[in-house]
Design a protein around this ligand. Structure first.
Ligand code: G6P
Length: 484
């Protein structure tokens, strides 16, 4: 039977040895959470990095344990060394591509050793895939860590069906052209039959790079490259809507004695303070998420509308991420300081303006936070899609809740009924927060209902289905000869 092989840098599970004991955690981030449900239902396999380096799996016992844990999840790991992780992952992927593609040009470092390692590791991925594919299989590659992989596979197996999806923004040509290895990256991606992005803007930027850097002929969304046609299209990623909606319903109807400690505390707090409202913020601790600006704009809001002091709390969950990269360490320090300063200045004995959690939370606690909050403040300075915005909407089963969303998130292109803001405009955010907190229930309901209809229809299953259908169609499109 033909299978679909999902390939991404990170597997849906993240393995660690804690005191010689293997700990299996779910991976964080949009890619892993989004693809997980697709993978668990399909008959395919997932190839990627387990979270452990070769040096960390030194004994036969550990090797066996890791293999068994991965097999249970239908996963195959690509063995990577500590050097690979340092240079390919923390290096080229996360200090060159990640900041560049998110418009943080000043954060971008182009290092030759990082680039060499990126090429080697993409080849390592290719080798593991080649060992595991059979005639008729489809390979679906994900994200910026593997931009060279489509071409590496195409080179070895010219008729292989290869899809590529980018989970982060594709930047404008003016930024992309600054990368010293832009040609290699572009030709690497063009090894795919179908290249997918979250939005039409990213599609346009990619097409413009293909035309201006490589001088390729483009017709609508088709790129003519060598003797092949590469299709490019937008596929806005959705969420597992039913999972979030049903979990929220279940949490709301829980008897008091089965509620989580977190929920108890939130409810206790709400009971003690009438008219108390909760604003929620959830992201990985990443500089693209606009965390310091969000905190500052909350402070600005409290100063502009002091009647809200004592009544509104910002509950901020920041999930640790890429802690070895200096820019992430600096962001963590800046966030700690900001929260400390604002809480220190404004808190009273009864009220702490910002509840700050720096950790990952179990799914059940996440649902509690979503359910309990009145407003979600999702203000990345740049984000490929942002699934938190969609998850929040899915958990609002009672039709109460307001989403404040950054224009710079891919999700804003589909979620027009959210209150859209420029994440750098504190004054606008303050006014929008006030509007959100005071929004009549009928308006909340009508906005949410329209959003819910849309995101329940275009859920993650539909997203994968439309991508894979479009990929299937590329099998039958005939190569053509171009006359110039
Ligand atoms: C984003 C990226 C993913 C990545 C995730 C978590 O969602 O698009 O490719 O896996 O962040 O980041 P990490 O570096 O921990 O894998």
């Amino acid at each position: 039977m033909n299978k679909t092989i999902i390939v991404s840098n990170r597997l849906p599970v993240d393995l660690k040895f804690d005191d010689q004991k293997l700990v299996v955690k779910s991976s964080v981030g949009g890619l892993a959470t989004g693809m997980k449900s697709i993978h668990s239902e399909g008959n395919g396999i997932w190839i990627g990095w387990s979270g452990l380096t070769d040096e960390q799996i030194e004994s036969e016992r550990k090797k066996n344990e890791v293999e068994i844990a991965l097999a249970k999840e239908k996963c195959i790991s690509v063995p990577l060394t500590g050097y690979d992780i340092e240079n390919y992952y923390y290096g080229f992927s996360n200090t060159a591509l990640w900041p560049l593609f998110h418009y943080f040009q000043a954060y971008t470092e182009f290092e030759l050793t990082h680039w060499e390692s990126y090429k080697k590791v993409n080849q390592k991925f290719a080798d593991v895939i080649l060992e595991n594919i059979n005639e008729g299989d489809t390979v679906w590659i994900h994200d910026y860590q593997l931009l060279l992989l489509p071409e590496l596979l195409r080179h070895k197996v010219p008729n292989l069906t290869i899809g590529f999806f980018l989970h982060i923004p594709f930047p404008s040509f003016e930024l992309f052209r600054t990368c010293p290895w832009r040609d290699e990256l572009l030709y690497g991606m063009l090894g795919a039959d179908l290249i997918g992005f979250h939005t039409y803007d990213y599609v346009r930027y990619f097409i413009s790079s293909a035309s201006r850097i490589a001088g390729l002929e483009i017709r609508f969304n088709e790129i003519f490259y060598k003797d092949r046609i590469v299709k490019v299209d937008s596929f806005p990623m959705g969420i597992d809507y039913d999972k979030y909606y049903n979990s929220a319903l279940e949490h709301e109807s829980r008897p008091d004695d089965t509620k989580s400690e977190l929920m108890h505390n939130i409810e206790l707090h709400n009971m003690s303070f009438s008219e108390s409202k909760l604003i929620l913020s959830i992201d990985r601790m990443d500089y693209t998420k606009g965390i310091p600006n969000r905190i500052k704009s909350f402070e600005y809001f409290l100063n502009k509308y002091p009647q809200y002091k004592g009544k509104v709390r910002l509950v901020m969950l920041s999930v640790p991420s890429r802690e070895n990269v200096p820019k992430y360490q600096r962001l963590k320090r800046e966030t700690d300081e900001l929260v400390g300063r604002i809480n220190g200045q404004l808190a009273t004995v009864n009220w702490t303006p910002i509840w700050y959690f720096y950790r990952s939370m179990p799914f059940d606690d996440l649902i509690d936070l979503y359910v309990a909050s009145d407003v979600a403040l999702v203000t990345p300075t740049r984000d490929g899609m942002n699934l938190v915005a969609k998850e929040y909407v899915a958990t609002k089963t009672q039709g109460k809740g307001v989403l404040v969303l950054s224009e710079m998130a891919g999700a804003a292109k589909e979620m027009y009924e959210a209150l859209l803001v420029n994440p750098n405009n504190f004054d606008q955010i303050a006014d929008t927060l006030k509007y959100a907190l005071e929004m009549p229930e009928a308006e909340q309901k009508s906005r949410l209902e329209t959003l819910q209809k849309r995101i329940s229809r275009y859920n993650v299953e539909k997203w994968a289905e439309s991508f894979l259908n479009a990929l299937e169609i590329t099998k039958t499109s005939k190569p053509i000869t171009i006359t110039k």
